[in-house]
Design a binder for this molecule. Structure first.
Ligand code: PMP
Length: 383
């Protein structure tokens, strides 16, 4: 087949970022994708017409929610982590091998789908306060779901630590078939490499290298690091900007070099307890995936939960786009950044996942806002 899939593409080095390097790839219209893996990557870049008009900059959204396995950028990551583990001989299909992961949802959903397609089991540990539609979806995708109490990373019962422990228990149990493999999206370099070798080059190609800034939030940091590592060597002047939700420590790290200041302690605790309604982004530790591209991040924009909710509503009203919380955070940060840039600048951001995955928490709260609060001026004026 001359349809080059992500797994082949990830083997390319970042030196092959020139648009010509991607010419061999076909769009979905030209070839029949092979299974759900053929629907991962090659997502469209769309112009957000109303947001561009409101800001005076050209704001482009990489429609990652159109990835066809788990409907988020994590499809690329799930495929990349499984491919690497197979290459390293750590897992084999159809012998009971189980992929364990700690995730607030998106990575679990992508892993569950790709595991089913590849002949693996998925075992997902997640905090028990995340939107219930995500755990329901995981169960329907055939994953085993263990919901644990929200806890700090230093706690052994924290969701990531629990997944690592369950993988070890599996491998050590002679009565269980196959092996346990801890995917470890926070520390596994296959995560940012997926974005360095696919998301980033796609953005370069789709814009013809004509962009002034790239804006994204960080959950593991894989997206922002990978895209930064792909774009910066080709476009040294492109600004890489972190969109950081309230309660996350990364904003201070980018701005002031320290993960969080004492005055942020309240917000930091808040994020530990995961009672913020923005799910999927915002952390208060330095992961390997964030560290991989951290030096390339030029600036950061802080976004409150209320700003994100207002933006989510505004995007529905003005663009007809129904998206999740992290996408809304990204769009607020893109609009804030537009105020600081030359009119007409081109800003690319990520549209991460669909709103339907956030109905019971983020969208429930967003739905309670009054329409008159959700104006463009109301979003950018700090609450
Ligand atoms: N949006 C959503 C919905 C997510 O689940 C995540 C990752 N947890 C992100 C954005 C952030 O991506 P990354 O992990 O690459 O930083």
């Amino acid at each position: 087949a001359d349809y080059v899939r992500l797994e082949d593409h990830t083997k390319q080095t970042s030196s092959s970022l020139h648009p010509d390097a991607l010419d061999s790839r076909r769009s979905w219209q030209d070839a029949i994708p092979e299974g759900i893996e053929g629907l991962i990557g090659n997502t469209p870049l769309i112009k957000l017409k109303a947001l561009s008009e409101a800001t005076g900059c050209e704001i482009l959204g990489k429609a990652e929610y159109l990835n066809g396995a788990g409907n988020s950028p994590k499809d690329r990551v799930a495929l990349s982590m499984i491919n690497l583990a197979e290459e390293e001989g750590l897992i084999k299909p159809n012998r009971g091998d189980t992929i364990y992961e700690g995730t607030v949802g998106s990575t679990g959903i992508s892993l569950a789908a790709v595991c089913r397609a590849r002949g693996y089991q998925a075992y997902i540990c997640m905090p028990n306060d995340q939107a219930s539609e995500k755990s329901e979806l995981l169960l329907r995708l055939g994953a085993t779901v263990e919901r644990v109490k929200p806890a700090s990373i230093v706690d052994q019962a924290q969701f990531v630590n629990m997944a690592r422990k369950r993988a070890r228990e599996h491998t050590e149990n002679p009565n269980k078939p196959g092996k346990g493999f801890f995917a470890d999206q926070f520390e596994n370099s296959a995560n940012y490499i997926a974005h360095q070798t696919s998301t980033g080059p796609e953005i370069y190609q789709q814009t013809g290298g004509q962009l002034d800034a790239f804006v994204a939030g960080a959950g593991t940091g894989g997206t922002i690091s990978g895209v930064a590592l792909a774009l910066k060597p080709q476009l040294p002047n492109v600004k890489i900007v972190l969109a950081d939700p309230q309660g996350s420590g990364l904003y201070n790290k980018v701005k002031y070099g320290v993960l969080f200041s004492p005055t942020e302690a309240e917000g930091t605790r808040r994020r530990h307890q995961v009672d913020s309604i923005v799910e999927g982004i915002g952390i208060n530790r330095l992961t390997a995936n964030f560290s991989a591209g951290m030096e390339l991040i030029d600036d950061a924009v802080k976004v409150s939960d209320v700003q994100a909710m207002k933006m989510a509503r505004w995007l529905v009203e003005n663009e007809g786009l129904f998206l999740g919380a992290s996408s809304a955070v990204n769009c607020v940060a893109a609009a804030e950044l537009a105020k600081r840039m030359e009119p007409g600048s081109r800003i690319v951001t990520i549209l991460c996942d669909p709103g339907s995955r956030h109905l019971s928490r983020f969208w429930k709260a967003a739905g309670e806002l009054k329409p008159e609060e959700c104006t463009f001026e109301g979003i950018l004026g700090r609450d």
